[in-house]
Structures are given as C-alpha cells and as structure tokens.
Design a binder for this molecule. Structure first.
Ligand code: ZN
Length: 145
C-alpha cells in the first residue's frame, strides 16, 4: 500500500459539514459527487497530499445511514492508495482479511475500490483505492469486460 489516500467521515448533513470543514481546514471542498450505487453523496477536501471525504446518506438503507444510526457521525473509514487493487485484494484475502466485495467496484473520485471488513482489521473499515485512469460516465451497463 502507498499513502493514506483519504479519510472518510460520515455526516448527517453534507451542506452543514462542508461549512464546518471549510472552517476547520481553511479551504473549501473541491468536488461533490453522488455515488448512486452506494446511496451516498460525497464531498472532497485536499489536505496536503491526502484528502478528507465527507459522506452523507441519500437513502435510509445506505451503509452511511446505518453507520450513523448505530454509532453517530464520525470517522467511517481509512482509504489507502494501491497501484494494483486486484493483486492487493488477493494478498489480503490470503492473509485472512475478509473483503466486502470480491471485485473492485467503482467509487467516488474516479477510483476503483474494495472494502475490508472492520471485524478483521481491529474495528477499522479499510478501503483500498486505485486510480481508475479514466472518467467513464455511469452508464448502468453492468456487462462483463
Ligand atoms: Zn472513501
């Protein structure tokens, strides 16, 4: 794994939290992006070479809504940048970590992502992310590559 790519923070209200984090970090977010498949709205701030990702649920059944209901707002996951996500997923599975998806999926900010179950990582939800390298729009086409 390379650097910490971003820290994901679950928030109830993205607009209010954007203002709060703008005050905290002394700069505005640089993008807002909805990830419809995950039921979240995201907002990104650059902090040096790392980022902060705010996540707001757009549906009651989204993982963020469930997280906030159970644990309240706060740090939700830590994302690490990797060069080859498939190789890293295989390595971690072989090490006994439980992956939450068997294949990389499309995340926010033009990334391919995979999550590791917090139960196998000391309670921390870990995200692997690799630059997807293109800005392919969501087509809803799930056909095999
Ligand atoms: Zn993330």
């Amino acid at each position: 794994m390379n650097k910490i790519e971003h820290i994901g923070i679950a928030v109830k209200n993205l607009e209010e939290s954007n203002e709060l984090f703008q005050k905290l970090l002394g700069k505005a977010h640089y993008k807002i992006e909805e990830v419809a498949t995950e039921g979240v709205n995201t907002s990104f701030f650059k902090v040096g070479e790392n980022k902060v990702e705010l996540l707001e649920a757009t549906r009651e059944d989204s993982a963020i809504a469930k997280f906030i209901e159970k644990r309240g707002e706060g740090v939700h996951h830590i994302a690490f940048a990797v060069d080859d996500i498939e190789a890293e997923m295989k390595r971690l599975a072989d090490e006994g970590f439980r992956l939450l998806n068997d294949r990389p999926k499309r995340g926010a900010d033009n990334k391919l992502v995979c999550f590791i179950h917090p139960k196998t990582a000391n309670g921390v939800l870990v995200e692997l992310c690799q630059d997807a390298g293109d800005e392919r729009p969501e087509t809803g086409d799930e056909s095999e590559e």
